[in-house]
Design a binder for this molecule. Sequence first.
Ligand code: SAM
Length: 254
Amino acid sequence: MTSDPKIWRATVLTLFPEMFPGPLGISLAGRALASGLWALEARDIRASATDRHRSVDDTPAGGGPGMVLRADVLAAAIDAADAQGRPETLPRLVMSPRGRPLTQARVAELAAGPGALIVCGRFEGIDQRVIDARQLEEVSIGDYVLSGGEIAAMTLIDACVRLLPGVMGKLSSGTDESFSDGLLEYPQYTRPQSFEERQIPDILLSGDHAKVAAWRKTEAETLTKSRRPDLWAVRPVAPETAKKRKRPKNTTDG
Ligand code: SAM
């Protein structure tokens, strides 16, 4: 593991450090990790347990099923990670289904920073007091419940890593993808030209870049409107279009 402070670093606190790098060690993220474009450290929360049984959880106060990750153990694990001289600006995240949903905009912010400390929950969740005391930002990857935060953390890390300088190289700039302009991406095609009697749209083979761009924009807008009306309603609008939208109906351009 590299300790260069200029390198984007993910420090993951988990009860299952052996799950890492997992899929993050493969393909784009894996090659970037191997070549030192980012760094990953998976720390075992259990190493901060103090009792004979190395227990990390206990029954929920007030009763109910399952177990809760203890505040004292997790706080000690966070403090031990902090003691390694992390930048004060390092975001501290905790993966949680009740967190703010992760967006491409938040991913881009995180990727532009020094990295992140990411806590992975397990069991029924985490004692609220450590979330408050260590000011952890709760982040959700969607409205469903996973059995632990590790896969959620990997999702977040993967989304950030592909935006780091040098990671995607010429493959893609990351600026022409779903969500980058508030829209879903247009449909993609490649050879063969004919597949089970379905053809690539003629316009994509026309060589007319302006027409291709216009077709893609229309497709992206149509898809976003029908599949994600929530995104469509809040999409960023070019200033010229916004002006036109505000104009009263009886105003003419002349
Ligand atoms: N009892 C919790 C609830 O109802 O909100 C669910 C706990 S879940 C079984 C265990 C851990 O998985 C959570 O603490 C969190 O770290 C992680 N997790 C589960 N679903 C997630 C999601 N959609 N986004 C982010 N993390 C999630």
